[in-house]
Design a protein around this ligand. Structure first.
Ligand code: SPV
Ligand code: MG
Length: 432
């Protein structure tokens, strides 16, 4: 059997894929190496569709003989494994960030006499272009909700950033930088009680009505596609939490984080400068169980946030609570700290991981902000949340402009600091 190998992601199937399959068929039986979520995750945005859904689509395309997983961005290990007689690829990798993959693929093929066939890239279709069209179409609550679990499974660490309104969420949705040929971007949004409250000029004391928080998230969802984790403070009364879990899940929120405090909640970063009471372990476990029982699908995650280190209760208390919450079936643990270094959260993770090697761990490095994401990942964290940075960056800029206008009696001096009208139009689809 003569074989021809093609590596593909097939998120949005288009005629470019069909062209390449037809070409490969001229050489042999077509093996599609379908890139897994983790093969893609480090290099570009996670595909909209799961591996299983993408597999179902591609294996039903005529001309495809076999679909196998390609677990890496690089082709070499599958070339070695399947030893195809031909490998077929578009000419888009002759230069640019994909060029090193080409060099390695050629040398792997040369080892046994496999041949590379390159065909011109189909004009007018690029996956990136398709992705922006898909963004314009939006997403569904189901697809959005599931994405957090997929990210956790696919990436060493997923990065979330606070969005307190739709325009900050649009910035978080689109921000990207190229680092070493990989596109780095935020994986999703954090709906922060602190910044949602601050944006409305209110203190972070669980005073905003949940409906106003959810309406804000709904407005964010109107114009974005990435997943969102909601800070639900203490979760409130158990019976209210059960109802709110249903609403969050239906909206397409991926996870809620509830903190083990009781009474009038104050922001954690105050620590013991204000009176804050931690919830009884058993009562909090009941809340976790009630929330889990209330949800419709297990795509929606309930994550317990431990405040022991914030309140100087010690590592022993933090671990004891973490083990109890994990035993009660929670879907993840967030350990919070207000120290300047990550030492105590690393220590927490080291001990916790001895008991629960895989339960997702979340951290919020607001005070220990020198730690790098890869260090957090190496210490067992799955999700990092930049909990307040877009709000904190917006307001100094506004204040500065307000002062300059007052000082100068006009706005000309600050014009260069402002978003141009063209940039507004670019950021907000449908403006023209
Ligand atoms: C929030 O962003 O509202 C949080 C994180 O709960 S913290 O402000 O650090 O308590
Ligand atoms: Mg909060």
């Amino acid at each position: 059997m003569v074989t021809a190998y093609i590596g593909m992601t097939v998120d949005i199937l288009h005629h470019g894929h069909v062209n390449i399959i037809e070409k490969a068929r001229e050489y042999g039986d077509v093996i599609v190496g379908l890139l897994t979520d983790s093969a893609v995750a480090d290099h570009k945005r996670l595909p909209y569709l799961t591996y299983e859904h993408r597999k179902k689509i591609i294996e039903n395309i005529s001309g495809v003989t076999q679909v196998v997983p390609q677990e890496e961005w690089d082709y070499v290990s599958n070339i070695k494994k399947y030893r195809p007689d031909y490998m077929v690829h578009g000419t888009d990798w002759l230069e640019g960030p994909l060029a090193p993959l080409r060099v390695r693929a050629i040398s792997a093929l040369n080892e046994y006499g496999g041949r590379l066939i390159e065909i011109p890239y189909t004009d007018g279709v690029s996956s990136n272009e398709m992705a922006s069209q898909l963004r314009a179409l939006g997403t569904t609550p189901d697809i959005r909700r599931k994405t957090l679990k997929r990210l956790i499974a696919a990436k060493p660490i997923s990065r979330f950033i606070e969005a307190h309104n739709p325009i900050s969420a649009l910035i978080a949705e689109h921000a990207h930088v190229d680092v070493d040929g990989k596109v780095r971007q935020f994986d999703g949004f954090w709906s922060s009680s602190l910044t949602d409250s601050a944006a409305r000029g209110k203190p972070d004391i669980e005073a905003l009505e949940i409906n106003s928080r959810l309406q804000n998230i709904n407005d964010i969802f109107d114009v974005t596609t990435k997943p969102l984790i909601m800070d639900a403070d203490t979760g409130g009364k158990i019976q209210h939490f059960e109802l709110n879990v249903r609403t969050m899940e239906r909206l397409g929120i991926s996870a809620t984080i509830i903190e083990d405090k009781t009474g009038l909640k104050k922001n954690s970063l105050f620590g013991n400068d204000v009176v804050q009471t931690q919830e009884d372990v058993d009562v909090f476990c009941d809340k976790i169980r009630a929330g889990r029982a209330a949800r419709v699908s297990d795509d929606f995650m309930i994550i317990a946030r431990i405040e022991s280190l914030i309140l100087d209760k010690g590592m022993g208390d933090a671990i004891e609570r973490a083990l109890a919450y994990a035993d009660s079936g929670v879907d993840g643990i967030m350990i919070h700290s207000r120290k300047k270094t990550p030492d105590e959260v690393f220590e927490f993770s080291r001990i916790f991981r001895q008991n629960f090697p895989h339960l997702p761990l979340v951290c919020v490095p607001t005070s220990y902000n020198e730690v790098k994401e890869h260090e957090l990942a190496n210490h067992g964290f799955n999700v990092v949340i930049y909990a307040n940075h877009l709000l904190r960056s917006a307001y100094p800029a506004m204040k500065q402009v307000a002062h300059e206008i007052l000082r100068n009696g006009r706005s000309a001096e600050v014009e260069h600091e402002l978003l141009s009208i063209n940039e507004v139009i670019e950021l907000i689809p449908g403006s023209k």
